[in-house]
Design a protein around this ligand. Structure first.
Ligand SMILES: Cc1cc2nc3c(=O)[nH]c(=O)nc-3n(C[C@H](O)[C@H](O)[C@H](O)COP(=O)(O)OP(=O)(O)OC[C@H]3O[C@@H](n4cnc5c(N)ncnc54)[C@H](O)[C@@H]3O)c2cc1C
Length: 385
């Protein structure tokens, strides 16, 4: 895709921000198991980074998706997966449906402060008993007068312990599972919302992940995003941005693994020559670089088509699938060439190895992506697009 001087400028300013305001703190945040989301988002909001393609009326920059794509890709420069994941939740996962379908009043109340970095957002879709099978969630929001009364809970909620509001998917009716759900803006300070626990994790350690309980939580019906019963459809659309974010933000993340591995193996000598000069090593790195270029081309092809008005579901699913699989393969292969140093916390390859593992699970596991792709290919039994 042809990038303009404005795209390059956006990339440069975000790179500068990451190098000054994020990367110097990542080691501490990883150790502490959380990063200060309010403090960081406020700084990002001041610079316009949290509303790249959001409407100007609510403080966004109003740019097209190609700029959001540059932004997502550049977030991969952050030297861990946890912080960019939480930033991605704020801009690409919890707010797209609100920006598209929310009433003016709701956007004023929840979108504008999220773009400004005054409010931290989280996304409540997955539950203890329902992750891949989104239609089977059991959290309910039952009408009572002008309110909804919410009961149930959410699992693995990124930023759940720090968030001010949740974009919540709940059952608001009894009908068919694809038509009985709504997306709601739920202020996390509402009575009856509790953070049951923060979860200890394999990776993404600087991002807090929480289990949330709802007990008779009362919110006004005007906090519903768009039409009642359309929540599943809105969330499926919102997942496209999430999946593109996952693929885009993995590109630099993986490139850094290759580049750092080349630098290390060039210096480290075994059997009389640098590790890198052994053919098995530089050939393998050449293969991985080729795979990464293929992913880059696929991902940017999806961006270009989306900007041209096409449905990107199939390509976004392919990019997410490939990104998850390649993250596992590439970070593992690179780590191998670091030998014992590849097991030491001080080297970023360790963090990439464990953080990259989530890409095949979160936001739709590989198998969910394969189902969607099969559907578009007309090969999923009984279902095609
Ligand atoms: C660190 C972290 C952060 C997260 N953040 C959020 C968040 O902010 N908000 C949120 O809502 N959720 C979040 N999640 C949840 C995440 O999206 C789910 O874990 C994911 O969708 C998988 O759901 P599950 O864990 O219930 O796995 P399950 O649905 O139990 O699936 C288990 C496994 O079954 C396999 N599988 C799935 N479908 C099929 C199929 N059709 N055929 C064959 N095999 C299949 C896959 O390998 C899958 O991994 C997060 C998870 C983690 C770990």
């Amino acid at each position: 895709m042809q990038l303009t001087e404005e795209h390059i400028e956006l990339r440069r300013s975000l790179e500068k921000f990451i190098d000054h305001e994020i990367n110097p703190h990542v080691d501490d945040w990883e150790r502490e198991g959380r990063f200060p989301a309010h403090e960081l988002f406020r700084k990002m909001g001041d610079l316009g980074f949290l509303g790249i393609n959001k409407p100007e009326a609510y403080g966004g920059l109003g740019l097209d998706y190609s700029y959001a794509a540059v932004y997502c890709e550049t977030l991969g420069r952050i030297s861990c997966g946890g912080v960019p994941m939480a930033i991605g939740v704020q801009t690409e996962m919890a707010t797209p449906a609100l920006a598209r379908f929310g009433s003016d009043e709701l956007r004023e109340e929840f979108l504008a402060p999220s773009i400004a970095g005054e409010k931290v957002a989280c996304l409540g879709v997955s539950e203890v008993g329902a992750g891949s099978d989104v239609a089977s969630i059991t959290t309910t929001a039952v009408k009572d007068g002008d309110d909804y009364v919410i009961n149930g809970g959410k699992m693995w909620t990124t930023s759940g312990a720090q968030a001010d509001w949740m974009c919540l998917l709940a059952n608001t009716g009894d009908g068919a599972p694809h038509r009985n759900k709504s997306l709601l803006c739920l202020p996390m300070k509402t009575r009856g919302v509790t953070v049951a626990r923060t979860l200890d994790k394999l990776g993404m350690r600087s991002s807090d992940t929480a289990q949330i309980h709802f007990e008779n939580v009362r919110i006004p019906q005007r906090f519903r995003i768009g039409e009642e019963g359309m929540g599943f459809t809105y969330q499926m659309a919102q997942f496209q941005e999430e999946r593109m974010y996952a693929a885009l933000s993995s590109l630099i993340f993986m490139q850094d693994s290759i580049d750092e591995t080349i630098a290390y193996t060039r210096e480290r000598r075994i059997f009389g020559k640098p590790v890198l000069d052994h053919q098995a090593v530089h050939f393998r790195l050449a293969e991985l670089q080729t795979e990464l270029e293929s992913l880059r081309a696929l991902t940017w092809d999806a961006v270009e088509r989306y900007c041209g008005g096409e449905d990107m579901t199939k390509l976004a699913s392919m990019a997410k699938l490939k990104s998850g699989r390649l993250s596992r393969e590439l970070n593992d292969a690179c780590l191998q060439y670091w030998g014992g140093m590849g097991f030491m916390e001080e080297n970023h390859i360790v963090r990439r190895f464990r953080d990259g593992r989530l890409a095949s699970i979160g936001g739709g596991a590989d198998e969910v992506m394969l189902s969607i792709i099969s559907k578009y290919m007309g090969t999923l039994p009984g279902r095609s697009v």
